[in-house]
Design a protein. Sequence first.
Length: 179
Amino acid sequence: MIHYKYTDTEIKEIMKTMTIVIDTRENVNGHIIEYFKKKEIPMKIQKLDTGDYGALIPANPKLGIPRDIHFNGRVERKAHMDEITGNLQKDTQTAFENELIRSKDIPFTLIVEDLNGYEKMLRGQYRSKYDPLALLGRLNTFKARYSFEIVYLDKRFSGNWIYHHFYYQLRHYLKCGAF
């Protein structure tokens, strides 16, 4: 496979076109959509096999990109710790775990829109009766098993975080000729 090394000028031009892909099933994300609109970040709504957000570089024949390049990294968003505990029912393989299985070999990040989510987990401050240590153990086991990271942040910064997460990953791949 031949990889092309782009110049810094070409990379800047390409990165201006980076498009955030939002899964059709993602909902209650008006705060994220508003951020993208306000910052004039291109976005596209389409079905993703895993995760709520992805990114792509649209076709640009002038720069030798004959068709859209879809980045295989994904971001899954959870609104709060109650959503996490609801997705991790004991003794069953949940849809959430199936999503982790599908994303095992790609860069995958789980965002929890609660800056104090980790502390709330440790203190059991969620509606579920899930034991805090059991929840911590299950999440850390999943992180080790499926190679993903968890980020706890204030929902006001979710759009910013998603955009810059993909921006710097894609820019890195363009700089090192991975495309």
